[in-house]
Design a protein around this ligand. Sequence first.
Ligand code: CA
Length: 218
Amino acid sequence: MNKILIVEDEAPIAKLVRTALEGAGYRCVWARDGAAAADRLEQESFDLALLDIMLPGMDGYELLDYCRTLDVPVIFLTAKGALQDRVRGLRLGAEDYITKPFELMELLARVETVLRRCGKTGRILELPPDIRVDTVSRVVRRGEEAVALTAKEYDLLLLFLQNKNVALYRDRIYERVWGELYLGDSRTVDLHIQRMRRKLGLEKRLVAVYKVGYRLEV
Ligand code: CA
């Protein structure tokens, strides 16, 4: 069962969202301000966060940083519908953006889409013809054989499996997997990717993209 953090200072909206999500089978935790949300994020693991932007104390944009560090996908849920806010949210790394007022059906559909896209729904991720990743036990198999990956190599593999055919920038890869700001040290990313793809026989499919980074071709 997927667990969702709802960060919203307006109780009636939080209650509505919570009721809808729980009705659809999700577990929910509600935090009414940014500080409480950051505490919960540090204490528990979540599959998704629904963030209001205008919050008392720490705002939704700051919380997005927390979520990204912990690899929790974010959907902004906010009254700020202006194009520039939307662009800012997506550029900072939010997965989606829903403007209030919204239909609950739309909210549920978007939650489901983001969870699927981020590999949070299914336990098994596959890369045909022969690679299978069990995201609960973190066991990676190539054919019948288990492949021993380091924690970073595993996180890299997951990132590419969740972004098939997408050219990922080195800085984005670094920030997602290492959880730190990228300061231009491209060797770290390259070395780990080279080792990971050799172990899995992906030399021809996980390709370097000139001046960008890497792409997993499927
Ligand atoms: Ca608010």
